[in-house]
Structure formats: C-alpha cells, structure tokens
Write a protein that binds this ligand. Sequence first.
Ligand code: ADP
Ligand code: MG
Length: 679
Amino acid sequence: MNVLEKDIRFLKGVGENREKLFKKLGIKKAEDLLWHIPRKYLDYSKLKKIRELCDGEVESFIAKVAGKPVEIETKSIKIIKIPVEDGTGVVTTVWFNQDYIKNVLKEGEIFCFSGKIERKGFYIEVKNPEFEKYDQHLLHTGRIVPVYNSTEGLSQKVIRNIINNLLNQIDGALEDIIPAYIKQKYNLKDINFAIKNIHFPENKLSLELARKRLVFEEFYLLQLALLLLKENIEKNEGLKIENAQNSLEEFEKFLPFELTEAQKRVLAEIAQDLESTKQMNRLIQGDVGCGKTVVALASAYATIKAGYQVALMAPTEVLALQHYNECKKYFGNKFNVRLLIGSTPKKEKEIILKELEHGLCKMVIGTHALIQDEVKFKNLGLAITDEQHRFGVIQRVELTKKGSSPNILVMTATPIPRTLSLVLYGDLDISIIDQLPPGRKKILTYAVDESFRQRVYNFIKKQLDEGRQVYWICPLIEESETLNAKSAVEFAKSLKEGFFKDYNIGCLHGKLSAKERDKILNDFKDGYIHILVSTTVVEVGINVPNATVMVIENAERFGLAQLHQLRGRVGRGEHQSYCILFNQSDSEIAKKRMIAITRSQNGFEIAEMDLKLRGPGDLFGTKQHGVMNFKVADIINDMDILKQARIAAEETIRLNLVDNKLLEKINKQFYNNIENIGL
Ligand code: ADP
Ligand code: MG
C-alpha cells in the first residue's frame, strides 16, 4: 500500500494514544501529516562556540557533558544543574522539574543545545534549553526548527520525530503532479524538495523556495478546478428559456416598486444568458440591501413560465423562510412553491419530494436539505444559491447536478476585491449591482465602550417609543460557551428583567427549532416583538424595514464584512437608522477596525480594509464555515504567486497538460472533500 494512504496509527512513533491526539488535529493519514505545515520556525541554525555566546540571545551550541548533575530540591521545585563544555568555555544547563534529564545527559556524550543565554562574566547559564544528541542530522537544535500546531500531550519533539521518520521512509519518492513544463517555466522546486524543506529547511533560502512551491501548488490546483468546472459548463448545451425578456418584464409588474438601473442592467444580462443555448453560470455580487432577491425571483419566474422547475438554496432556515414568504408575495398562488428545510415534517417532506419528482412543484426553496440524494426534479431549469460565500463550490455543483445542465445563478453580498473574485469565483460570469434602491439613508454608526451603555439604552428607548424596532446581536447562544462574551439567551433575559421590562423581547438563535424561529421572526416582522436579541443567524438576508437600530455586543469578535452585513439589516425603510457597536476590547487592531466600519458604508471599501486588518478568513464569515482553508498560502501576502498560478492554470489547460494524475488530485481535493474548501 502507498505509504501516504496509511492510517497514522501505523507510522513509526505513533501508538494508540498519539493516534488519538493526532486525530484531534485532523491528522488521519500519513499524507495529512506531510501537509501538517509548521506554524512557524525557530532559527537555531547559527552554531556558536561557547566563548561567543551572548547574554540575552537565543543561541545554539554543541557541547560535551562535563560533569555529574547537581540537584537542588525545594518544597515546590526540583532543580538540576549539569555542566557542559566545548573547549572554549563551560555552560551550566539548568533544568526545572525534569528528573529524567539526569539519565539523558550522560557525562562524556555530545549534544546540541538551543536556548536563551544568561551570562554573568565567565558564568554562563541556559535554562530548559532545547537539546538533542549531536549527530549529522539535527532536528530540534542547531538548525531552522519547525514549530507545529499541537495539542496537549503531543510535544514538538514527538511531532518532529514522527514527521522526520515519515520523510525518511518516503525518501524523495513523492509524485510530482505539476507538469514539468510549468515547473520549469515558473521556477518551481520539486515536490520532494518542497515537502522536506517546509518541515526541515536546509537554510532560509530553501525554506522560501519550498514555501513558494507549495503555495503555488495550492493556488494552481484551485484555479485548475475552477477553470475545468467552467470549461465543463461551457461545453454543456444549456436550456433555452423562451421569451425570457418578456417574462422578466411581466414580473416587474408584480413589484410595488421600480427596479433600479443596476437591477435592470443585471436582469438584461441574465435575459441574454437565459435566451441563449449556453448554460448560464452567473454570479450576482452586490452590497447588502441592493435587492438581489427580486432579480433572482424574476429569473425564476421566466424559467417557470418556460415550463421548468427552479431551486433556491439559502444557507439558513431563517433566510430560506423569508425568501419563501417573499416569493409567495410576488407569485401568490400562480405556481406551486414549496419550502424544504431540515425541520420540514416527514410527511410534508414526502409530499414535496413527490411533487418535485413529478414536476407538480415548480419552485422549491430551502437549505442544504435540497442537495440530499432523495431530492429529485423532473426538469430543473434554474439552480440559485443565495449567500454563496456560505457554501462551498461543491455544494453549488451538487445543486446543479439535480438537473441536466440547468442555468446557474449565485448571489453573494460579500464584496471582494477584483483579484480575489477571480480566484474565488473564477468559473463564473459576474454581474454587479452597484446601486441601492432610492431613498435609503446613511446608517449612522457609532463604536462605543461600556461607559456609554446607559446613554445607548436611553436612546434605544426613545426609538422604541417612536414605534421603531431594534436588533441586538450577541456573539453566543449560551453563557457557557466561552468566557467574556455576551450570550443571546442570558442577555435577552437581563434586558427583559431590567431596563426594557415594558417591551416585548424575542430571542433568536440557531438552537431553536425552525418552527420556533419562524414564529419569532414573524412576530418581529409584525411588530409584536420590539427588540430581537439574536446570534448571527440574522446576519444573512433578513428584512424588516421598521427596525432602525442594530446594536452589536462584542463587536470586536466579528469580521468587518460581517459587521457590515449585520448593519445592513437596518436602514431598509423610510426612517433614519443607527448601528451601535459595543467594542469590549482595547486592542489597537480592534480600534482600527471600529474606526473603519464607522467611517465607511461601502462594502467594497470595507472588504479591502478587512483584508488589510485581519486577513481574509473573516471576510467570509467565521472559520466554522470552512472558508479558504489554504494550508500554506496566504491569499494577501501571496497575491503575486496567485496571479502566476492563475496564468499557469490557463496555460496548462490550453496546452493540454492536464493528465490523469493531476485530474485525480483535483477531484480528490475539491470534489470529494467538502470540508476542504468553501468558497
Ligand atoms: P439583498 O440584496 O441584500 O439580498 P434584498 O433582496 O433582501 O437585498 O432587498 C432588500 C429590500 O429592498 C427588500 O425589502 C426589497 O423588497 C427591497 N427592494 C429591492 N429592490 C428594490 C427597488 N428597486 N426599489 C425599492 N426597494 C427595493
Ligand atoms: Mg439577500
């Protein structure tokens, strides 16, 4: 069997206990271990003579154990001192509570040490240094030493040894999947060099080259995956939607408002796609509140009129429900539209599944529930995903697989810089709605600390008494989850028992059943609930125009783009709206972020700042949505490599260099492994 496929437990140095610890780190197979890239490095590469060691510096030196251990024992601590020498001087190594060291540092044996030097005249001391037996191949000292993400019970030494064993076992036999031509043209090192040197770099330059190669590979594979996806789609004979333009115009008549110029432009682009036989594959990008939903529903209308079915997938049940209601509002009973979410009762679900299969249900709106195997369509003509950044490429592809080359429309409110768009949505045509519906007022945004709390409460009361409503966001559901952050449940209770006892307070979070959430949201929409305390389940898409205040507790815990989305929940009606951010952190970066969000209302600008201030992870929501899990690459710092990888991927396809092993790798990485990527 290929050693890379081996279960981690069969590797040298890994027993049952360590297996468990490694699995905690997500390392299951030997291959995962190779890709457990060091978090950082310690530079112990400069070996010095003892005479040259400097006070206060972290230094490395080779020395012989030059005497017996001296033990000093106090009530709380046991100290062992062992002298070592190299002919130019003596160093006293000092060990705290490490009794075993007596049996390791044996007199006369030679070791390499790395640690912080304390020097007083001729007396030199080093406390708890890193050390290992001196040999030709040092791992833990006297070199650039890798430091890994770990977990309790798994020491750096153990991880290094196990990885080193594995590398020795592989012995340069990793197969290189990047075509030789590309490797040469872009000056890339061989994969064996790269993997070896990313773990145990020969020197700084080889670390740099190793890293470049691996970053390139990550970007390159992603770009290839997206380009192939695009090519595949373009090959498909798409559905031709007859009279799309007319249907779209007809739909406009159902609306209580005039479409904005930007919406009209995007609809014209969509009409062209729909009427051609090419499969539509389009992303609608537009800031919160720009009105993407009606554009999607218009497209749905045209598709249904032409005799096909439509699926709309949203990331949360709350949002699916809201789309469902909006859909009902415009379509009335013209078509059979259904809601299919995780909590749909079994009986009802069975009916919906039948209706879909026989083409009786024309449009289904739902969550991930839509991509389950049991869901079958008679003739799916349009697959829409809302808030695409919450889904992975795979999920998008899964939905489209429910039909035979249906048209594809994806929507996202996360404005991202152009270069990133290309990377993340490289396979899509992009339409941008860059205009908000008329009459929207600027949302006045304030970042405040605790000293403002009472003033804020008074202000909110005034708004409530004028008939407005309030969103109040907490980062957590329950108190126990983590320290020092407000939880929605407790917080709602404290408001109800305290300052806001005369108002109706609802609490919305992900642990409620869909029915409970449904009721709370409806009560909020109907104005019965005055203050809606919520976790970020409202982040995406909720629309209640009478709500004018968005309060966010622990705002420092959210990404800028996320704050911007949350803020976008207000300012949707005729009244002046406000966003109040309680920043509970004193960190400089938190302050900068608060300033950024209070100064700008422009999603693209905020996205750029988010990138600068935090890195892209938070741009797309939190980690738990599995977004942008590059192992080595850093999308900001490695932007140049990214551009190269894009060009290389295009070249690879043009020159027909995609062979089976490359294809297999892409399939494995992007289509089998949903966890791996979320774009
Ligand atoms: P998003 O793009 O963030 O998904 P929505 O589609 O939820 O935004 O639209 C936000 C609100 O704006 C909804 O109440 C919608 O009915 C309304 N809306 C959309 N387009 C227009 C328009 N052209 N004129 C006025 N209101 C509009
Ligand atoms: Mg939306």
